[in-house]
Design a protein around this ligand. Structure first.
Ligand SMILES: *[C@@H]1O[C@H](CO)[C@@H](O)[C@H](O)[C@H]1NC(C)=O
Ligand SMILES: *[C@@H]1O[C@H](CO)[C@@H](O)[C@H](O)[C@H]1NC(C)=O
Length: 297
């Protein structure tokens, strides 16, 4: 009796020590592992990632009747909420960085933030027109680029949008030699890929495009000018070290014409003019974003 309870106690003690040892071992390796990590930058990344594009309002399907405020208030609210941190009075506390060059602060512990005032977005700032153009049927969409730590885009990155069906947009890659010629019936002429001097009617690429063709491109207005994403907003140093950072945004005002109402428009915006990728086959948000707009009147 005594012996068996003694051996039970021994077994219990053994397991206690055994599991205690395992737990200790686990914590130790975990702790050693964590010591090798940096609080500020991800450990494993082979190269700086390419950023994706997103739009505000938070919807890739924007549809409303411009005469019925209830149908667009949610879009206006998204924009208003998003722009809170770009408030001019708030941004006054940040640095007016020199434009056109990176604002590098590698050696500084406290990273400063370059100011981006919403008033820069003019007609799309929501200041003069609190409906961001939705009530007049010429809605604004904000295009923003996802934050990527350490990203320094080369060249002059800017946002460029086009409506599907715009003549230039419609040229499929395989048919880059095609030349469109519009007649009243919207017939088109293409160069014969076999014999570029020869013009033929309705070659395949034209047929495919005809249904979607617009006679004039959709007019758009960009804020800031030319849709520029100024270099001074790069690089970004991460949430912890670069608190209060605001990423640059580009506002696109869609200047819909009479023919553009009550039809679904597909608009694609891309980041152009830099080394950032915008045509990855597998990731359709890499450096670009496509959304639909249907404004009723
Ligand atoms: C933004 O600015 C407006 C006026 O410029 C002010 O009324 C409002 O309270 C500000 N909002 C924030 C979050 O600072
Ligand atoms: C949009 O709203 C106006 C006013 O209520 C209405 O007259 C018009 O028919 C609506 N348009 C569409 C396409 O529903």
């Amino acid at each position: 009796m005594i012996i068996s309870s003694l051996s039970t106690a021994l077994i219990f003690l053994f397991y206690l020590a055994f599991y205690g040892f395992l737990a200790g071992m686990f914590s130790l390796t975990m702790w050693v592992m964590l010591q090798t990590l940096d609080d500020h930058t991800p450990k494993y990344r082979d190269r700086v990632a390419n950023p994706g594009l997103m739009i505000r309002p938070k919807s890739l399907d924007i549809e409303f009747n411009r005469s019925i405020p209830l149908q667009y208030t949610k879009y206006v609210q998204h924009l208003e909420v998003f722009l809170q941190k770009y408030n001019d009075s708030l941004q006054e506390n940040n640095v007016a960085c020199p434009q056109g060059m990176y604002y590098e602060q590698d050696d500084v512990e406290e990273k400063k933030v370059c100011q981006f005032k919403r008033s820069v977005l003019r007609q799309c700032s929501g200041l003069a027109d609190s409906t961001f153009g939705y009530s007049e049927g010429q809605p604004c969409v904000l295009v923003k680029m996802n934050r990527v730590i350490g990203l320094k885009p080369r060249g002059d990155p800017h946002i460029l949008c086009s409506a599907k069906g715009d003549c230039l947009d419609m040229l499929p890659n395989s048919c880059s030699l095609a030349v469109f010629h519009f007649t009243i019936a919207l017939e088109c002429l293409c160069r014969d890929p076999e014999d570029p001097d020869e013009l033929v009617f309705g070659c395949e690429c034209c047929e495919a495009s005809l249904l979607l063709l617009r006679e004039t491109p959709l007019q758009m207005q960009y804020f800031p000018d030319e849709g520029a994403l100024d270099k001074s907003y790069f690089p970004y140093y991460g949430k912890k070290r670069h608190g209060g950072y605001v990423q640059p945004v580009v506002a696109v005002k869609l200047l819909l014409g009479e023919d553009d109402y009550n039809t679904e428009l597909t608009v694609e915006c891309k980041v152009e003019g830099s080394d950032l990728l915008n045509n990855d086959d597998r990731d359709k948000f890499l450096g670009r974003v496509t959304f639909r707009v249907n404004v009723h009147k």
